[in-house]
Design a protein around this ligand. Structure first.
Ligand code: ADP
Ligand code: ZN
Length: 768
């Protein structure tokens, strides 16, 4: 803990100790040690510094991302009586008197505590006035947010001899407790365990402690002990076995291997075998997933095999839980297998043998806001290199970056082309939205084909997944007379309508509005729903198929952790028959009963203003298709689209990654996009549109001069041109090689120093 800006206290990390006296600023002392027993290895610090340097972030920002909240202590203001003041004769108001009385026990209290002690609500003015008169002082005290959880253990240090039993003759309860110790053959037990066998033992334990036979000890609880039953891992099928052999032999040549395996080929089973190997060598494994949503199922699968060796780390856990995992990883007995999202890279990894990055193509690996805007997959490769560990990337739809590295012999490449059990890939059919609309045969958002297939599959006992990559009830509402679409007053985007609570919300700034019955423009028309989101789809389904239970999973419904868990469990058990969801349900999940996947509107995936739009759309469609037919040959996918002739659907139908890659990669190469260049996204924001445009124009001129004309794309106004009252302009830098990339970063740094500080600049390295 170090003093900073007056009497505030901050957590700091000691990077180095040296004896060169710095010039130009005052040296301050270290206040106290914030966390004992947390040590950052040199590798760990090197990694944090690499992230800061490569992604252009402040080391403090990286540290903030790296440390669990519980270790980033905060100072809290404490009040206590001033030593010198003699206030016997002072005149106090009633409230002041109560505050002084509360403090006269000599302790210091926070304002909140004082409020409680005095049972007076607004005591702040009274405290302030006492402070002004020197009656009290305010101290900055650091309050540790994290106190290790402890548990009472009962120790028995004596011996089971005749003396002991004789002494307990008349105390049936007490000899019962001692009998428990004797039978279990241990000399220490958690108190809770003893009480489990008989709740009335509490008094007996107390008596035995008084007699000095037993003693109480508080022990720190380490998360989840390793006493769960484990089952052996599945034996691999021949294709998986070959893949494992190839991975092992390629690791002799390559640090990184890409495992390209179709959905349900059993990539997870191959990972499990590899993890067993690494653990057997006495090393640890980090298993990365893009999203918490995926962890629930995978944790179960890994725990079945590895039991208590599995640790979990993600933002859905409490601060305390995360701090506990951190402490354990920095100690002598770390989890052998740690499962986590991108932030798990920052745990103190000792003895790392392997990092697995599952669903490596996933955009959730990239942190966009706030800084550091790092890519978890790329950073994992760097961490592995620093630790001398191997890295395995896995995906059914590899990113172009990884695939290019694999075919370019920078990574090893291993493929799994068959589903486990040799089940065929699901049959993909297109349903023409434009045609169905023209013929007026749409049933809400559903084509007759999709409704027919749903009816069939449901009556045969199968389950259905419906994919719609839009949350809410409707992405916008529109006046049926004048066509007016209500927009967020602070952002240039239409409001999303949520029917559940009949309100509109801006997806960008979170502003909430109630909806008027009549149009605010023409005052005549009424608002009608625009394109449908998941909430609307769920409602339509409930009407169309009232006999089949339906559920919905998206970030809105995800906000409740236990409800989400329940949704997954209910679908797994077959209690829910239809599941509606966003991209959250499109990947990684393994449900046996799904026979039909319906894509409500594929066109929204394709029409995104991003050079990766088609690659992403292909990946999404293939991933979501992959959720069905995992235990049989009867999987069907219905994709609704207004443009069924698009090439991309042919690739999806054939499950043809290679043609997709070759076709789209050729276009990318021609126009100098990643993976053939390195990309930096730059965004400027200012509350005045002209200021930000003018500035961006100047920057473009400067950068074209430095980097070459073709390296700078823009300036462009993004789809949502204003967020939270700030106007946006974006650039894309396409850099041919590493030197070019460094030059671009250097030029941006130069610009940042001289700019008008009211302009916000966001630099996104390797924008993804
Ligand atoms: P992927 O990760 O490639 O999508 P999974 O590892 O989830 O595939 O495997 C799909 C399903 O097939 C899972 O339910 C898995 O348990 C099962 N499976 C795959 N390989 C085997 C195997 N060798 N033995 C038993 N079950 C397997
Ligand atoms: Zn807004």
């Amino acid at each position: 803990m170090v003093p900073f800006a007056g009497n505030k206290r901050y957590t700091a990390l000691v990077i180095a100790i040296h004896d060169r006296k710095p010039d130009g600023f005052e040296i301050k002392g270290i206040d106290s040690i914030a966390e004992k027993g947390i040590r950052f290895s040199d590798k760990h610090i090197e990694f944090i510094e690499w992230i800061a340097d490569y992604y252009g972030a402040f080391p403090g920002d990286v540290l903030r991302a790296a440390l669990p909240v519980a270790f980033r202590l905060e100072s809290v203001s404490y009040v206590e009586l001033s030593g010198e003041a003699s206030f016997e004769n002072s005149s106090f108001t009633h409230t002041e008197r109560r505050v002084v009385d509360a403090l006269s026990d000599g302790n210091s209290y926070t304002v909140a505590e004082l409020q409680k002690l005095t049972s007076i609500k607004g005591i702040l003015p009274a405290v302030k006035s006492l402070l002004d008169r020197g009656v009290v002082v305010v101290k900055e005290v650091v309050d540790p947010l994290f106190k290790p959880r402890s548990e009472s253990w009962i120790n028995f240090k004596g011996e089971f001899n005749d003396d002991l039993w004789r002494g307990l003759k008349r105390a049936a309860m007490q000899s019962g407790v001692m009998q428990l110790f004797k039978e279990s053959g241990v000399n220490a037990m958690p108190r809770s365990l003893i009480l489990q066998s008989n709740p009335n033992y509490a008094a007996a334990i107390r008596e035995l402690c008084k007699k000095g036979i037993l003693e109480v000890e508080n022990r720190e609880v380490m998360p989840i002990s390793g006493c769960e039953e484990c089952v052996p891992s599945n034996s691999l099928n021949p294709a998986q076995n070959d893949a494992l052999q190839s991975i092992n032999s390629l690791f002799e040549k390559f640090g990184t291997i890409l495992l390209h395996g179709v959905t349900s080929s059993g990539k997870t089973e191959v990972y499990i075998k590899l993890i067993e190997q690494v653990i057997a060598q006495g090393k640890c494994v980090l298993f990365m997933l893009p999203e918490i949503a995926l962890t629930i199922q995978i944790i179960k699968r890994l725990k079945r095999v590895f039991g208590g060796e599995v640790g979990v780390y993600h933002s859905g856990m409490s601060d305390r839980e995360r701090a506990e995992v951190w402490r354990r990883q920095s100690g002598d007995n770390p989890y052998k297998l740690l499962l986590g999202v991108r932030s798990s890279l920052f745990l103190p990894h000792n003895n790392l043998g392997l990092i697995i990055v599952d669903e490596e193509h996933d955009t959730s690996y990239k942190q966009r806001e706030p800084s550091p805007r790092y890519n978890g997959r790329d950073s994992a490769l760097m961490l592995a290199k620093m630790c001398g560990a191997k890295a395995l990337l896995g995906s059914a739809t590899p990113s172009f970056e990884s695939y290019r590295n694999a075919i370019g012999a920078k990574f090893g490449l291993v493929e799994l082309t068959q589903r486990h059990g040799n089940f065929v890939m699901p049959r993909v059919e297109l349903a023409d939205l434009a045609d169905a609309r023209r013929r007026k045969v749409m049933c809400g958002n559903f084509t007759p084909l999709l409704v027919k297939e749903m009816r069939r599959v449901l009556s045969e006992g199968g389950q259905v997944i419906l994919f719609q990559d839009r949350r809410g009830y409707s992405t916008f509402v529109r006046c049926d007379k004048c066509g007016h679409v209500p927009q967020c007053p602070a952002c240039d985007v239409s409001m999303t309508y949520y029917k559940g609570d009949n309100r509109m919300m801006c997806r960008y700034c979170g502003r909430i509005f109630t909806i008027a019955t009549h149009c605010s423009e023409c005052t005549d028309g009424t608002y009608r729903m625009g394109r449908a989101g998941t909430e609307k789809i769920e409602e339509e389904i409930a009407k169309l198929f009232p006999d089949y239970p339906v559920d919905r999973i998206d970030t809105d419904s995800m906000s409740n952790k236990s409800r989400f868990r329940e949704s997954i469990a209910n679908f797994e058990s077959g209690k829910t028959r239809i599941l509606v969801g966003t991209r959250m349900i499109a990947k990684g999940l393994d449900f046996g009963g799904v026979k039909l996947v319906g894509v409500i509107d594929a066109d929204t995936l394709i029409h995104l203003p991003d050079f990766r739009a088609e690659e992403r759309a292909f990946a999404q469609l293939l991933q979501v298709s992959g959720r069905c037919g995992r235990r049989g040959n009867d999987g069907v996918v219905i994709i609704q689209t207004a443009e069924p002739k698009r090439e991309i659907f042919e690739w999806v139908k054939q499950c043809d990654y290679y043609t997709m890659f070759n076709t789209l990669a050729a276009e990318r190469k021609e126009f100098g996009y990643p993976p053939f260049t390195k990309a930096i996204g730059v965004e400027f924001r200012h509350k005045d549109r002209n200021v930000v445009r003018g500035y961006a124009n100047n920057v473009v001129k400067f950068l074209r001069l430095k980097l070459g004309a073709t390296a700078v794309e823009g300036p462009a106004e993004p789809d949502v041109a204003r967020i939270g009252n700030m106007y946006r302009v974006t650039l894309l830098l396409k850099l041919t090689d590493y030197n070019h990339f460094r030059l671009a970063k250097f030029s941006l740094d130069t610009l940042a120093e001289s700019r008008d500080k009211s302009i916000r600049v966001i630099v996104d390295i390797d924008t993804y």
